[in-house]
Design a protein around this ligand. Structure first.
Ligand SMILES: C[S@@+](CC[C@H](N)C(=O)[O-])C[C@H]1O[C@@H](n2cnc3c(N)ncnc32)[C@H](O)[C@@H]1O
Length: 274
């Protein structure tokens, strides 16, 4: 890569739009670029940070799906990463998916950055330090050899564009608690084979971190009245059309600044379409 493109400029980061929509502000995009593409050193600046084991969430999620594909003998030629943000999970999937990985997100700015990073094989961006300071990070994607093609587009995870052939695998990572109606999103996979083929795999990862500004409370999976947890609420919806293959927790971390990090544990399930 001769001159890496600037994905996010320092002045954009330091003069962020106070009222920018969620996941569209430079600061949000910088946090996801770091989480998806940064090294442990980029994220923590010291080798033995207590949160260092939580680094590498996109790669760990992709490895889990690959493991289930191998165990179940599922051939994955095509995969969809819905709510992909800047596309780190899509690129992690492309190391083993055979033909094409499609990443979609509702945020046009995230998709533009994912496309630019993919086209140039990397790029630079800034992350906030303390106060008015920032630091530049350089990302280089691994060689394209043996990797599936990766494409990005703006789309709505609750009303996904139907592909010419249904996907072999679909990932919904940290997005179900950010859509306006999570059950509507899931029904696209239980009620039809237009998006996910019979025998295909659906991975759902979510910390179930509900907020009314993203999803009205009546749409949250689970209910306190009936003592149904979000984990069980998800199973109640998906078990109508898919079989549960794997369930575990997976940690991840988003850096706010060198002294503040958001740690999460996603509840991860992988399902096979009947
Ligand atoms: C918490 S981030 C998760 C990003 C990434 N999947 C991950 O696990 O790191 C949620 C993403 O979902 C996107 N999003 C929210 N609602 C969406 C919708 N209806 N359709 C597509 N993307 C959506 C946001 O723009 C944001 O990029």
């Amino acid at each position: 890569m001769a001159v890496p493109p600037v994905l996010l400029k320092e002045d954009e980061l330091l003069q962020d739009e106070a009222d920018g929509s969620a996941y569209e502000t430079a600061r949000d995009i910088s946090k996801y670029l770091l989480m998806h593409y940064g090294t442990v050193e980029d994220a923590f600046e010291r080798p033995h940070h207590p949160l260092a084991p939580s680094h590498g969430y996109p790669a760990r999620l992709s490895e889990l799906l690959e493991l289930v594909a191998l165990r179940t003998g599922t051939l994955v030629r095509t995969a969809l990463d819905a709510g992909c943000s800047v596309g780190g999970i899509s690129h992690a999937l492309s190391t083993w998916v055979q033909d094409v990985v499609v990443g979609i997100d509702a945020s046009p700015r995230s998709i533009e950055i994912a496309q630019s990073l993919t086209r140039h094989g990397g790029g630079t961006f800034s992350v906030v330090q303390l106060g008015p300071f920032s630091r530049e990070i350089q990302v280089t994607l691994p060689e394209a050899e043996r990797r599936a093609r990766v494409e990005f587009d703006v789309d709505d995870a609750c009303s996904l564009a139907v592909p010419s052939r249904p996907y072999d695998a679909v990932v919904l990572s940290n997005v179900l608690d950010r859509v306006r109606d999570p059950e509507v999103c899931l029904r696209q996979f239980t009620d039809s084979t237009a998006l996910l083929r019979r025998g295909g795999l659906l991975m759902v990862a979510c910390p179930w971190s509900w907020y009314p500004e993203f999803s009205p409370p009546e749409t949250w999976l689970g209910s306190s009245g009936d003592c149904v947890t979000s984990e069980q609420g998800l199973k109640n919806v998906l078990s109508g059309g898919l079989d549960l293959m794997l369930e575990k927790d997976e940690a991840g971390v988003l850096r706010q600044n060198p002294r503040e990090y958001d740690y999460f544990e996603a509840h991860v399930t992988v399902w096979k379409k009947r």
